[in-house]
Design a protein around this ligand. Structure first.
Ligand SMILES: NC(=O)c1ccc[n+]([C@@H]2O[C@H](COP(=O)([O-])OP(=O)(O)OC[C@H]3O[C@@H](n4cnc5c(N)ncnc54)[C@H](OP(=O)(O)O)[C@@H]3O)[C@@H](O)[C@H]2O)c1
Length: 505
C-alpha cells in the first residue's frame, strides 16, 4: 500500500527484476502474470529487464515460450499478445546455483552486461521464487559477490515468500542469515494476504473513520474471531503439508497479519517504520502460553474422508505422500490473549482448516451486550450481540449485524445486517493479488512486508503449541469429516466460555 494516491501510481525507478526459481510454478502462476498486469497499467519502469536465474542450462526462447504458456493459462485479464511478447522480450537467462559459488561470480558479470544494454541504472530486485531452504544459500552468495551492496545511486532489494522459518529457532537463523548480507530496509518478506484490498482496508476502516476507534477496545468489544476456512483438501501437496500442518502454514503469517491489523495501536504516521513497529508490538504482546495452557487453549483436527461441494475428498491419511499414521493437523482453533491495556480480558479466537464445508475468510468483532433492563417486562427474552464483520473471501466487504424492531404492535427484536460489498462500489480489474506487492517492492515501500521482529514475535506465540503437540503425538488429535465445520472440539473451545463461532445469516 502506498502512503498516498500519488505514490500508488508512481513509476518505479529503472530496474533489473531478477527471478530465482524462474522455471517454477509461482513464477508462471503469479509473478509473470502480475508483471503483465503492471505493464498493462503502465506501472513498470520505462527502463526494465527481467533476468531469469536457472540452475540447469535452458534455452531463453524455450523459457519465454513456457512463461507465455503460463500467461495464457493464468492471466487474469484478456491477454494482449504484443504486450506479453514485449514483456517477455526483456528477459534474459543466466545460470547460477548457490551450491556452485563460482556461478554467482559469472552471474554478476551477466547482470552488469544486461543492465548496461537495458540502461536499468544498476537497481536490482532479487525475487526468490524458490523453496524456502534455498533462501539463505542464495542470499549468502549474493552477499558474497557484492550484489546486495547499495550505494547512493543504486538500490538492491531481496524479496522472499513465506514460510519464514518453520519454528522460532529456524526463523531466528533465517533472519540472521538475511541480515548478515542485507539491511532490514532491503528485505521484502511477502505475505500475499496483504496484497488483498480488504486486508489493507482494515487500516482504513479503523483509522480513517471517527466512529470505530473510540469503541475498539476491551470496554466495548467482547471478543474477536478470525476465520480462514478452506474447502480444498491437501491434494497433491501431501509431502509439503504433512511436514507443515495448518498451524505453521497459516497462523504465524496470514492469521497473525489479520490479527495485527485488527489489534495494533493507531500508528502516528502512515510510514513503513511506524506501521510495522505498531504491528510488531501487538504481536509481541500476544501472551506466551505454557505448554499446559497451550493444550487447553487449542484444538487440532485432521479430516477424514467426506464430500465437499459434492466432490469426494479422501481421508487425509490416505493422501499421497502423507504418513498413514500422520498426526499433522489440517484444522486448528486457538484462543489467544493480548497482554495490553486495549485488549486485556478480550479473547482472540482463531481458526483455520482444510476440507471444510464453506470457503470463508473473515474477521468478526463481537461487541458487548446492551443492558437488558428496558426489555425486562416485555416479550423479548434476550438481545443478540452486535457484530462487525470484515469479509475477505469470498465476499469482500463489511457487514454490521445489529438488532432491530420487528414490525408489529408488540415489541419483538430480531438481528439484521447492513452490508457493504466492494463490488457494489468499485470496479477493480481482476488481479493476481501480487501487483500491489511487486509494485511496492519496486518503489521501495515496505509497509506491507513483514519485518524480522514481527516474524519472530509470531513464531514466539505459536511455539508452545508446536512443542506441546509434538510431545502429545496422537493424544488430543481430533477428527472431522471432510465437508463439515471442523471437529466438535472446535465449537467446545468457545462454548466453554459461553460463546460460539459466528454463523453467517
Ligand atoms: N506456486 C504457488 O502458487 C505459490 C504461492 C505462494 C507461495 N509459493 C512459494 O513459492 C516458492 C516456490 O514455489 P513453487 O510452487 O514455484 O515451487 P516449484 O514449482 O517447485 O519451483 C521451484 C523453483 O525453484 C527452483 N529451485 C529449487 N531449488 C532451488 C535451489 N536450491 N536453488 C535455486 N533454485 C532452486 C527450481 O528450479 P529448478 O528448475 O532448477 O528445479 C524452480 O524454478 C515456495 O517457497 C512456495 O511456498 C508458491
Amino acid at each position: 500500500m502506498s502512503t498516498n494516491g500519488t505514490a500508488r501510481s508512481a513509476q518505479p525507478d529503472p530496474c533489473n527484476f531478477v527471478i530465482f526459481g524462474v522455471t517454477g510454478d509461482l513464477t508462471h502462476r503469479l509473478v509473470i502474470p502480475a508483471l503483465y498486469n503492471l505493464a498493462e497499467a503502465d506501472l513498470l519502469p520505462q527502463r526494465f529487464c527481467i533476468t531469469g536465474v536457472v540452475r540447469k542450462p535452458i534455452d531463453a526462447d524455450a523459457l519465454r515460450d513456457s512463461l507465455m504458456q503460463g500467461l495464457r493459462k493464468f492471466a487474469t485479464r484478456p491477454l494482449k499478445d504484443d504486450l506479453a511478447r514485449r514483456l517477455l522480450g526483456c528477459l534474459t537467462t543466466v545460470q547460477a546455483d548457490p551450491s556452485e559459488p563460482a556461478s554467482f561470480d559469472r552471474m554478476r558479470q551477466h547482470l552488469e552486461d544486461a543492465e548496461h544494454s537495458r540502461a536499468t541504472a544498476g537497481n536490482r530486485l532479487f525475487y526468490l521464487a524458490t523453496p524456502p531452504d534455498a533462501f539463505a544459500p542464495i542470499a549468502r552468495e549474493l552477499g558474497r559477490v557484492g550484489l546486495l551492496r547499495e550505494d547512493n545511486d543504486h538500490w538492491r532489494r531481496l524479496v522472499i515468500e513465506k514460510p519464514f522459518g518453520t519454528d522460532l529457532a529456524s526463523a531466528i537463523v533465517l533472519n540472521g542469515a538475511l541480515l548478515k548480507v542485507a539491511d532490514e530496509h532491503q528485505l521484502y518478506r511477502i505475505d500475499h494476504y496483504l496484497g488483498k484490498e480488504t486486508v489493507q482496508n482494515i487500516l482504513v476502516l479503523r483509522f480513517a473513520n471517527g466512529m470505530f476507534e473510540p469503541i475498539w477496545n476491551r470496554n466495548h468489544i467482547d471478543h474477536v474471531q478470525i476465520t480462514v476456512d478452506e474447502t480444498l483438501g491437501v491434494g497433491h501437496r501431501g509431502s509439503f503439508y504433512d511436514a507443515t500442518g495448518a498451524l505453521r502454514d497459516m497462523v504465524p503469517n496470514h492469521l497473525f497479519q489479520l490479527l495485527s491489523l485488527v489489534a495494533m495501536e493507531p500508528p502516528a504516521r502512515f510510514d513503513a517504520h511506524t506501521v510495522r513497529t505498531c504491528k510488531a508490538e501487538v504481536l509481541g504482546a500476544i501472551q506466551t502460553q505454557s505448554e499446559a495452557e497451550a493444550l487447553r487453549n487449542a484444538v487440532r483436527g485432521q479430516y477424514r474422508a467426506g464430500r465437499v461441494e459434492d466432490q469426494p475428498i479422501e481421508d487425509y491419511r490416505k493422501t499421497a505422500n502423507v504418513a498413514p499414521d500422520s498426526t499433522t493437523e489440517t484444522y486448528v482453533a486457538l484462543k489467544l490473549a493480548i497482554d495490553n491495556w486495549r485488549w486485556a480480558g478480550v479473547p482472540f479466537y482463531l481458526r483455520t482448516g482444510k476440507a471444510l464445508a464453506t470457503k470463508r475468510t473473515e474477521v468478526a468483532i463481537k461487541f458487548k451486550e446492551a443492558p437488558f433492563t428496558m426489555f425486562r417486562d416485555t416479550a423479548v427474552d434476550r438481545l443478540s450481540q452486535n457484530y462487525l464483520v470484515i469479509g475477505i473471501e469470498p465476499v469482500e466487504g463489511i457487514t454490521l449485524q445489529f438488532n432491530t424492531k420487528v414490525p408489529g404492535p408488540s415489541i419483538a427484536i430480531d438481528g439484521v445486517e447492513m452490508k457493504f460489498q466492494y463490488k457494489d462500489y468499485f470496479h477493480a480489474a481482476p488481479s493476481t493479488g501480487y501487483e500491489t506487492l511487486i509494485h511496492d517492492c519496486m518503489i521501495g515501500d515496505n509497509i506491507l512486508f513483514q519485518r524480522a521482529d514481527s516474524v519472530e514475535a509470531g513464531w514466539q506465540a505459536v511455539q508452545p503449541f508446536l512443542d506441546a503437540w509434538r510431545k502429545a503425538g496422537n493424544d488430543g488429535l481430533e477428527f472431522y469429516q471432510a465437508g463439515s465445520n471442523g471437529p466438535e472440539a472446535g465449537e467446545a473451545l468457545l462454548a466453554r466460555d459461553g460463546r460460539g463461532w459466528r454463523t453467517p445469516c
